[in-house]
Write a protein that binds this ligand. Structure first.
Ligand code: C2E
Ligand code: CA
Ligand code: CA
Ligand code: CA
Length: 278
Protein backbone atom coordinates (compact mmCIF):
# COMPACT_ATOMS: atom_id res chain seq x y z
CA UNK A 1 0.00 0.00 0.00
CA UNK A 2 0.82 3.69 -0.06
CA UNK A 3 2.92 3.73 3.08
CA UNK A 4 5.07 0.92 1.87
CA UNK A 5 5.64 2.69 -1.43
CA UNK A 6 6.56 5.82 0.46
CA UNK A 7 8.99 3.96 2.62
CA UNK A 8 10.63 2.52 -0.42
CA UNK A 9 10.87 5.92 -2.03
CA UNK A 10 12.53 7.15 1.10
CA UNK A 11 14.95 4.23 1.26
CA UNK A 12 15.96 5.09 -2.26
CA UNK A 13 16.17 8.78 -1.49
CA UNK A 14 18.16 8.83 1.77
CA UNK A 15 20.20 5.70 1.18
CA UNK A 16 19.25 4.02 4.47
CA UNK A 17 16.81 6.20 6.32
CA UNK A 18 15.88 3.29 8.55
CA UNK A 19 12.35 2.49 9.78
CA UNK A 20 11.59 1.86 13.46
CA UNK A 21 11.98 -1.92 13.37
CA UNK A 22 15.28 -1.63 11.60
CA UNK A 23 16.32 1.03 14.09
CA UNK A 24 15.54 -1.27 17.03
CA UNK A 25 17.68 -3.92 15.44
CA UNK A 26 20.45 -1.43 14.79
CA UNK A 27 20.54 -0.46 18.47
CA UNK A 28 21.21 -4.09 19.39
CA UNK A 29 23.52 -4.71 16.45
CA UNK A 30 25.65 -1.69 17.32
CA UNK A 31 26.91 -3.35 20.51
CA UNK A 32 28.08 -6.29 18.43
CA UNK A 33 29.48 -3.98 15.79
CA UNK A 34 31.76 -2.26 18.23
CA UNK A 35 32.83 -5.51 19.88
CA UNK A 36 33.32 -7.44 16.65
CA UNK A 37 35.12 -4.76 14.73
CA UNK A 38 32.49 -4.09 12.11
CA UNK A 39 33.34 -0.40 12.26
CA UNK A 40 35.80 0.70 9.61
CA UNK A 41 37.46 4.03 8.96
CA UNK A 42 37.59 5.80 5.64
CA UNK A 43 40.03 8.66 5.15
CA UNK A 44 39.59 11.91 3.29
CA UNK A 45 42.61 14.12 2.56
CA UNK A 46 42.91 17.80 3.42
CA UNK A 47 45.25 19.51 0.98
CA UNK A 48 47.39 22.48 2.00
CA UNK A 49 46.61 25.23 -0.51
CA UNK A 50 49.97 26.78 0.21
CA UNK A 51 52.27 23.78 -0.38
CA UNK A 52 49.74 21.81 -2.50
CA UNK A 53 50.58 18.79 -0.36
CA UNK A 54 48.35 16.46 1.62
CA UNK A 55 49.21 17.36 5.18
CA UNK A 56 46.09 16.13 6.98
CA UNK A 57 43.41 13.44 6.68
CA UNK A 58 40.05 13.10 8.38
CA UNK A 59 38.94 9.68 9.64
CA UNK A 60 35.26 9.04 8.92
CA UNK A 61 33.57 5.98 10.37
CA UNK A 62 31.42 3.50 8.44
CA UNK A 63 29.63 0.40 9.68
CA UNK A 64 30.19 -2.71 7.65
CA UNK A 65 26.85 -4.24 8.65
CA UNK A 66 26.59 -8.02 8.05
CA UNK A 67 23.23 -7.80 6.26
CA UNK A 68 22.56 -4.12 5.49
CA UNK A 69 25.95 -3.44 3.91
CA UNK A 70 28.06 -0.34 4.44
CA UNK A 71 26.14 2.13 6.61
CA UNK A 72 27.08 5.84 6.64
CA UNK A 73 27.69 7.50 10.02
CA UNK A 74 24.53 9.61 9.82
CA UNK A 75 22.57 6.35 10.18
CA UNK A 76 24.11 5.23 13.46
CA UNK A 77 26.06 7.98 15.28
CA UNK A 78 22.87 9.45 16.72
CA UNK A 79 21.78 5.96 17.82
CA UNK A 80 25.11 5.53 19.58
CA UNK A 81 24.63 8.94 21.22
CA UNK A 82 21.11 8.14 22.38
CA UNK A 83 21.83 4.64 23.68
CA UNK A 84 24.95 5.33 25.69
CA UNK A 85 27.27 3.70 23.16
CA UNK A 86 29.01 6.77 21.82
CA UNK A 87 31.89 6.49 24.30
CA UNK A 88 32.65 2.93 23.19
CA UNK A 89 32.27 3.95 19.53
CA UNK A 90 34.56 6.96 19.77
CA UNK A 91 37.17 5.00 21.71
CA UNK A 92 37.10 2.31 19.04
CA UNK A 93 37.41 4.93 16.27
CA UNK A 94 40.15 6.84 18.07
CA UNK A 95 42.20 3.68 18.63
CA UNK A 96 41.85 2.63 14.97
CA UNK A 97 42.88 6.11 13.81
CA UNK A 98 45.96 6.15 16.06
CA UNK A 99 46.95 2.67 14.89
CA UNK A 100 46.56 3.77 11.28
CA UNK A 101 48.65 6.85 12.00
CA UNK A 102 51.50 4.65 13.28
CA UNK A 103 51.32 2.36 10.23
CA UNK A 104 51.56 5.38 7.94
CA UNK A 105 54.37 6.86 10.00
CA UNK A 106 56.27 3.56 9.70
CA UNK A 107 55.80 3.77 5.92
CA UNK A 108 57.04 7.33 5.81
CA UNK A 109 53.62 8.84 5.20
CA UNK A 110 53.33 11.85 7.47
CA UNK A 111 49.83 13.22 7.84
CA UNK A 112 47.93 14.66 10.76
CA UNK A 113 44.91 12.45 11.43
CA UNK A 114 41.61 14.06 12.49
CA UNK A 115 38.96 12.23 14.51
CA UNK A 116 35.38 13.44 15.00
CA UNK A 117 34.40 13.80 18.64
CA UNK A 118 30.77 13.89 19.73
CA UNK A 119 29.61 16.49 22.25
CA UNK A 120 28.49 13.54 24.40
CA UNK A 121 32.10 12.34 24.69
CA UNK A 122 33.13 15.56 26.39
CA UNK A 123 30.67 14.84 29.21
CA UNK A 124 32.53 11.67 30.14
CA UNK A 125 35.18 12.40 32.79
CA UNK A 126 37.29 9.44 31.59
CA UNK A 127 37.44 10.57 27.98
CA UNK A 128 40.52 12.73 28.34
CA UNK A 129 42.58 10.02 29.99
CA UNK A 130 41.56 7.45 27.37
CA UNK A 131 42.62 9.70 24.50
CA UNK A 132 45.73 10.81 26.27
CA UNK A 133 46.82 7.27 27.23
CA UNK A 134 46.12 5.96 23.75
CA UNK A 135 48.55 8.37 22.08
CA UNK A 136 51.14 7.86 24.82
CA UNK A 137 50.95 4.07 24.52
CA UNK A 138 51.51 4.31 20.77
CA UNK A 139 54.29 6.88 21.00
CA UNK A 140 52.26 9.31 18.97
CA UNK A 141 52.84 13.02 19.53
CA UNK A 142 49.46 14.65 20.29
CA UNK A 143 50.09 17.42 17.74
CA UNK A 144 49.78 14.75 15.03
CA UNK A 145 46.13 14.24 15.99
CA UNK A 146 43.27 16.70 15.47
CA UNK A 147 40.04 16.47 17.42
CA UNK A 148 37.10 17.84 15.43
CA UNK A 149 34.20 19.09 17.55
CA UNK A 150 31.10 21.00 16.51
CA UNK A 151 29.84 24.20 18.05
CA UNK A 152 27.15 22.12 19.79
CA UNK A 153 29.67 21.27 22.53
CA UNK A 154 29.19 24.81 23.84
CA UNK A 155 25.42 24.73 23.99
CA UNK A 156 24.97 22.77 27.20
CA UNK A 157 27.87 23.30 29.53
CA UNK A 158 30.10 25.93 28.01
CA UNK A 159 32.44 26.32 30.97
CA UNK A 160 33.04 22.62 31.36
CA UNK A 161 33.51 22.06 27.63
CA UNK A 162 36.04 24.87 27.37
CA UNK A 163 37.93 23.58 30.42
CA UNK A 164 38.17 20.12 28.90
CA UNK A 165 39.22 21.40 25.47
CA UNK A 166 41.90 23.40 27.22
CA UNK A 167 43.24 20.18 28.75
CA UNK A 168 43.47 18.64 25.28
CA UNK A 169 45.21 21.73 23.99
CA UNK A 170 47.70 21.69 26.86
CA UNK A 171 48.45 18.05 26.14
CA UNK A 172 49.30 19.17 22.58
CA UNK A 173 46.33 18.00 20.53
CA UNK A 174 45.08 20.12 17.63
CA UNK A 175 41.45 21.17 17.98
CA UNK A 176 39.10 22.05 15.17
CA UNK A 177 35.62 23.58 15.11
CA UNK A 178 33.69 21.49 12.60
CA UNK A 179 30.70 22.67 10.55
CA UNK A 180 31.58 26.25 11.46
CA UNK A 181 28.78 28.69 10.72
CA UNK A 182 25.91 26.24 11.22
CA UNK A 183 25.80 26.41 15.03
CA UNK A 184 25.17 29.15 17.49
CA UNK A 185 28.54 30.03 18.91
CA UNK A 186 29.03 33.74 19.29
CA UNK A 187 32.21 35.63 18.51
CA UNK A 188 32.67 36.04 22.26
CA UNK A 189 32.65 32.26 22.69
CA UNK A 190 34.88 31.76 19.69
CA UNK A 191 37.43 34.04 21.31
CA UNK A 192 37.45 31.87 24.43
CA UNK A 193 37.92 28.64 22.56
CA UNK A 194 41.27 26.96 22.71
CA UNK A 195 41.10 25.84 19.07
CA UNK A 196 43.58 25.87 16.20
CA UNK A 197 41.27 25.55 13.26
CA UNK A 198 37.89 26.53 11.86
CA UNK A 199 36.26 24.24 9.35
CA UNK A 200 33.84 26.14 7.18
CA UNK A 201 30.75 24.01 6.73
CA UNK A 202 30.23 22.45 3.33
CA UNK A 203 26.84 24.12 2.93
CA UNK A 204 28.73 27.41 2.32
CA UNK A 205 31.28 25.80 0.04
CA UNK A 206 29.62 23.36 -2.34
CA UNK A 207 27.97 26.13 -4.36
CA UNK A 208 30.64 28.74 -3.74
CA UNK A 209 31.35 30.12 -7.19
CA UNK A 210 27.64 30.44 -7.98
CA UNK A 211 26.55 32.12 -4.76
CA UNK A 212 27.63 35.64 -3.94
CA UNK A 213 26.22 35.26 -0.41
CA UNK A 214 28.35 32.20 0.23
CA UNK A 215 31.40 34.03 -1.08
CA UNK A 216 30.79 36.85 1.38
CA UNK A 217 30.39 34.38 4.25
CA UNK A 218 33.45 32.36 3.33
CA UNK A 219 35.62 35.42 2.70
CA UNK A 220 34.76 36.95 6.06
CA UNK A 221 35.19 33.64 7.88
CA UNK A 222 38.69 33.26 6.44
CA UNK A 223 39.48 36.80 7.54
CA UNK A 224 38.01 36.24 10.99
CA UNK A 225 39.93 32.99 11.46
CA UNK A 226 43.20 34.56 10.38
CA UNK A 227 42.67 37.62 12.57
CA UNK A 228 42.25 35.26 15.50
CA UNK A 229 45.37 33.33 14.55
CA UNK A 230 43.44 30.26 13.43
CA UNK A 231 43.95 27.99 10.47
CA UNK A 232 40.94 27.70 8.16
CA UNK A 233 39.71 24.63 6.30
CA UNK A 234 37.01 24.54 3.65
CA UNK A 235 35.14 21.25 3.37
CA UNK A 236 32.78 20.11 0.64
CA UNK A 237 34.75 21.35 -2.37
CA UNK A 238 33.19 19.72 -5.41
CA UNK A 239 34.73 21.58 -8.35
CA UNK A 240 37.92 23.22 -9.57
CA UNK A 241 36.61 26.82 -9.67
CA UNK A 242 35.74 26.61 -5.95
CA UNK A 243 39.19 25.22 -5.18
CA UNK A 244 40.80 28.07 -7.13
CA UNK A 245 38.59 30.66 -5.47
CA UNK A 246 39.57 29.36 -2.03
CA UNK A 247 43.25 29.39 -2.95
CA UNK A 248 42.98 33.00 -4.14
CA UNK A 249 41.20 34.01 -0.95
CA UNK A 250 43.82 32.61 1.40
CA UNK A 251 42.09 29.49 2.70
CA UNK A 252 44.69 27.22 4.30
CA UNK A 253 43.37 23.70 3.77
CA UNK A 254 40.92 22.18 1.30
CA UNK A 255 38.81 19.05 1.57
CA UNK A 256 36.11 17.69 -0.71
CA UNK A 257 35.00 15.21 -3.31
CA UNK A 258 36.80 17.21 -6.02
CA UNK A 259 40.10 16.30 -4.36
CA UNK A 260 39.12 12.86 -3.09
CA UNK A 261 36.14 11.11 -1.55
CA UNK A 262 36.69 9.41 1.79
CA UNK A 263 38.34 6.07 0.96
CA UNK A 264 39.81 3.07 2.81
CA UNK A 265 43.36 3.50 4.12
CA UNK A 266 44.94 1.46 1.33
CA UNK A 267 43.15 3.40 -1.39
CA UNK A 268 44.29 6.61 0.24
CA UNK A 269 47.91 5.42 0.11
CA UNK A 270 47.55 4.45 -3.55
CA UNK A 271 45.93 7.79 -4.34
CA UNK A 272 48.67 9.65 -2.48
CA UNK A 273 51.38 7.90 -4.51
CA UNK A 274 49.66 8.66 -7.81
CA UNK A 275 48.92 12.32 -7.02
CA UNK A 276 51.72 14.80 -7.42
CA UNK A 277 50.11 18.15 -6.70
CA UNK A 278 46.98 20.26 -6.56
P1 C2E B 1 31.60 15.84 9.01
O1 C2E B 1 32.55 15.63 10.13
O2 C2E B 1 31.17 17.22 8.70
O3 C2E B 1 32.30 15.14 7.77
C1 C2E B 1 32.18 15.59 6.45
C2 C2E B 1 31.14 14.80 5.71
O4 C2E B 1 30.98 15.39 4.43
C3 C2E B 1 31.53 13.35 5.44
O5 C2E B 1 30.34 12.59 5.39
C4 C2E B 1 32.16 13.44 4.07
O6 C2E B 1 32.10 12.23 3.35
C5 C2E B 1 31.27 14.47 3.43
N1 C2E B 1 31.97 15.18 2.35
C6 C2E B 1 33.28 15.36 2.18
N2 C2E B 1 33.55 16.06 1.07
C7 C2E B 1 32.35 16.33 0.51
C8 C2E B 1 31.95 17.02 -0.69
O7 C2E B 1 32.75 17.53 -1.47
N3 C2E B 1 30.60 17.10 -0.94
C9 C2E B 1 29.70 16.55 -0.10
N4 C2E B 1 28.41 16.66 -0.42
N5 C2E B 1 30.03 15.87 1.02
C10 C2E B 1 31.34 15.78 1.33
P2 C2E B 1 30.22 11.22 6.18
O8 C2E B 1 31.50 10.46 6.13
O9 C2E B 1 28.97 10.56 5.72
O10 C2E B 1 30.06 11.71 7.68
C11 C2E B 1 28.93 12.42 8.07
C12 C2E B 1 29.08 12.94 9.48
O11 C2E B 1 29.09 11.86 10.41
C13 C2E B 1 30.36 13.68 9.71
O12 C2E B 1 30.25 14.99 9.23
C14 C2E B 1 30.46 13.62 11.22
O13 C2E B 1 29.65 14.60 11.81
C15 C2E B 1 29.88 12.26 11.51
N6 C2E B 1 30.97 11.30 11.73
C16 C2E B 1 31.71 10.64 10.82
N7 C2E B 1 32.62 9.85 11.42
C17 C2E B 1 32.44 10.02 12.76
C18 C2E B 1 33.09 9.47 13.93
O14 C2E B 1 34.02 8.68 13.87
N8 C2E B 1 32.59 9.89 15.14
C19 C2E B 1 31.59 10.80 15.24
N9 C2E B 1 31.19 11.16 16.47
N10 C2E B 1 30.97 11.33 14.16
C20 C2E B 1 31.40 10.95 12.94
CA1 CA C 1 34.46 16.43 10.72
CA1 CA D 1 32.04 19.18 8.77
CA1 CA E 1 28.63 17.52 9.53
Amino acid sequence: HARKVNQHAQVYHDALQVNSVERLNLINDLKTAIAEQQLVLFYQPKVSLNSKKVTHVEALVRWQHPTLGMLPPDEFIYIAEQTGQIDALTQCVFLMAVEQFTRWRDNNIHVNVAVNISAENLKNPDFFSFVSNTVDNHNVAPHCITLEVTESVFVEDTEQAIALLLKFKQKGFKLSIDDYGTGYSSLAQLKQLPVHELKIDKSFVHNLTKSEDDQIIVRSTIELAHNMGLCVVAEGIEDLPSLQWLTQHGCDLAQGFYISRPVPAQSFEAWLCSTSDY
